[in-house]
Write a protein that binds this ligand. Structure first.
Ligand code: PLP
Length: 360
């Protein structure tokens, strides 16, 4: 069977060269006679892999020396609890910009450990925009302010970061890390589950400024404490070894292909192909206010549910899979992460054109 174009919101496509390299190294990694899956996480070979992965993301995102990079488990969903547990030692309160399903969960978890204040929300219009923010809205004594840089389900993204003054900005970057340029120094902490732009599900990347480590609440479980993982270089316990290996291959590939700057250009081109079509279509409509449109997740609707169903079915039959939208938005959603080739997006847009012509 030919490979399909997978438009799933996550887990999502991985770059084919990475899959091929992993396959070639599956039974014998680098002359060791074993697979990375079987390898001791304390071996020198594995040490080189995890150090390589860290160096890879540091290079790609230009992460300064006063930030730690952690490879953890539990997904971005665990970070919803881990961030407040670790930062509420500074002050037991944080500010949140509420822009969708994921920020709601982040707020819900933070509330268990302190005060989670919503400073702005786009719930009034089903999260189809990013609220306007200014510095006066943020509490200067809060431990941190939290945003979701890209809203995977609703298809919005922050085009500019809020000015939170001296309050550390914390970002859930799960669905757009490495897809566009970010100045890491603008953040106190960035976290991202791997299964959208980095690797298979199972590893979560946390980039945290050193001065924010070591402030955890006393109730924080050992495995949830950034200090433990920072001190032990993400090897306190057995890490998700194979995921970190794939992440390293993805980072290496990105670096060899022009890094984040080039990726961003390609992502802008890919997204423009879909949005240009939607803006000119009589059948399909984007659901997000133009200026807040995501480069990664594009929700769109057709005139009715029956047409949605037909579209999704026929697309699947020609290898364009997982286009069903999230139930909270309805319709369709095309997730076009870094690993989605331009050809995949072109095939989707061609199919949408043809579908519109033949289903008038
Ligand atoms: C996918 C996603 C999550 C949840 O990630 P898990 O790894 O499944 O816990 C959280 N936030 C955002 C923005 C996401 O896209």
């Amino acid at each position: 069977m030919a490979r399909v174009y997978n438009f799933s919101a996550g887990p999502s496509m991985l770059p084919e060269p990475v899959l091929k390299k992993a396959a070639a190294e599956m039974l014998d990694y680098n002359g060791t006679g074993e697979s990375v899956m079987e390898m001791s996480h304390r071996s020198p070979e594995y040490q080189a892999i995890i150090e390589g992965a860290e160096a890879g993301i540091r290079g790609l995102m230009n992460i300064p020396a006063n930030y730690k990079v952690l490879f953890l488990q539990g997904g971005a969903s665990s970070q919803f609890a881990m961030v407040p547990l670790n930062l509420f030692g500074i002050a037991p309160k944080a500010d949140f910009v509420h822009t969708g399903t994921w920020s709601k969960k982040a707020i819900g978890e933070a509330k268990r450990y302190g005060t989670a204040r919503t400073v702005a929300s786009s719930e009034d219009k089903n999260f189809s925009y990013i609220p306007k923010l200014d510095k006066s809205m943020f509490d200067p004594t809060a431990a941190y302010a939290h945003i979701t840089t890209n809203n995977t389900i609703e298809g919005t993204r922050f085009r500019e970061l809020p000015d939170t003054g001296s309050v550390p900005l914390v970002a859930d970057m799960s669905s757009n890390i490495l897809s566009e340029f970010y100045d890491v120094t603008k953040f106190g902490l960035i976290y991202a589950g791997a299964q959208k732009n980095i690797a298979p599900a199972g590893v979560t990347v946390v980039i945290v400024r050193e001065d924010l480590i070591g402030k955890a609440l006393a109730i924080t479980p050992t495995m949830f404490n950034y200090k433990i993982h920072a001190d032990e270089k993400s090897l306190y316990n057995t890490p998700p070894c194979y995921c970190i290996y794939i992440a390293k291959l993805v980072f290496d590939l990105l670096k060899d292909n022009g890094g984040v700057a080039r990726m961003q250009k390609i992502n802008e081109q890919k997204a423009a192909m879909v949005y240009d079509f939607l803006d000119n279509s009589k059948m399909f409509k984007g659901t997000v206010e133009t200026q807040f449109r995501s480069l990664m997740n594009i929700p769109f609707t057709s005139p009715n549910e029956e047409t949605d169903k037909q579209f999704i079915k026929k697309a699947g039959a020609i290898g364009l899979i997982n286009l069903k939208g999230h139930r909270s938005v309805g319709g369709m959603r095309a997730s076009i992460y870094n690993a989605m080739p331009v050809e995949g997006v072109k095939k989707l847009v061609d199919f949408m054109k043809e579908f519109e012509l033949t289903n008038k």
